[in-house]
Design a protein around this ligand. Sequence first.
Ligand code: DGY
Length: 432
Amino acid sequence: SAELWQSAARVLDTNWSGDHMVPSRRLYPHQWSWDTAFIAVGLAFVNPARAWRDLRSLFEAQWPDGRVPHIVFDPATAEDDYFPGPGFWNVPAYAGRRARGSTGIVQPPLHALAAWEVYRHAAAHGAGGVSEARTALAWLYPRLVAQQEYLTDRRDAGGSGLASIVHPWESGLDNSPAWDEALGNVPADLALLERFPRRDLAVAHAAHRPTDLDYARYIGLVRNYRDGGYSDTDLTQRHPFAVECPAFNSILGTAELALAQIAGVLGLTGDARRHRDRARDITAAIARRLWDPVTRTFRARDARTGRLSPARCVSGLLPLMLPDLPADRVTAIMEEARSERFGLPAPSADRTAATFDTRRYWRGPVWINVNWLLRRGMLVHGLRGEAEELRRAMLRLVHEHGHYEYFHPETGEGLGAPTFSWTAALCLDLLA
Ligand code: DGY
């Protein structure tokens, strides 16, 4: 596994772009939000200065309303190297920010946890890194808080204490079957794709990517949100897609707990208490709103119709990350994870469902990042044996097939981008 460590470190060197990391050179040539968080966790072991630099690049693009964009564009990359690029998003200029364009949607707020992990690593190893880490934490803290407040205040479309996503891209689980029913309400104009051709298909297999029908809806949703000035007012009336995702909201709750730790280090005791209270409230809202008592599983809820998604997806396993999750929910998640529908490492969606597709992105393949989150959840609940089994299974997969973006859930074949930053970064964490 010295070999695996070396190859992972090499991927992160290759994908470093001066002041930020790209997820992969060809398919994703800019900076992505939740990728930055997973990547920081791995960089903590090989180059913590870059971990802090990468987080800072992302948060320098934060909007005045607190939202952290899901992509920060690299001005050195041509407009047509990625679609939809900065011209299509056409976000409002915001004063005093660095001249890098961005998108106007978000991704799961995993950055507080990442910052806490990088700090913890520095503190454990002592020496000069600790004061650098403290300074970085102090710079990030108010920005991380603003990110949370944007999500909990402006994005509570369902009035339930949970954040809604306004686009499948915001989940990071783009074409998950969890969105199929809600997307049924979103008009799909395939002619849009003739005017705005997809760029991803030039650099990846069509069978491994979302379909044209998905893309037509993705582009339509961007246009609607953009044409509404990226406003979140009256979302459920003005926007055809608003969904409460169990994974996104579990990360939201976990972020409050990480912020409590960070506030503690910064000597902000009152803030730390408030963050813990918010984490408890978010956990309670997830346990109440997203739980289906009939199947005893967590599901995405459509904030417009109030309906729970019929699809069982890996996102439904991630409330395990929350320490205050009631014990019966923990048991149910582990039963589901161990059942024939999933198994470890967990595929992105139910193996037994008609929608299961072994190669198509989030409709079946195994992804390292969500399994890494699932393993954290096991550790949070003291499930050491299961966590160790999952750790070994993930490392075996990457060792045998490479630092791929995702993997065939039956054969392990590597899919998507071949040298993918978060796979490499999380490998470093799993090996350490
Ligand atoms: C992509 O380009 O496929 C990304 O997932 C969108 O964020």
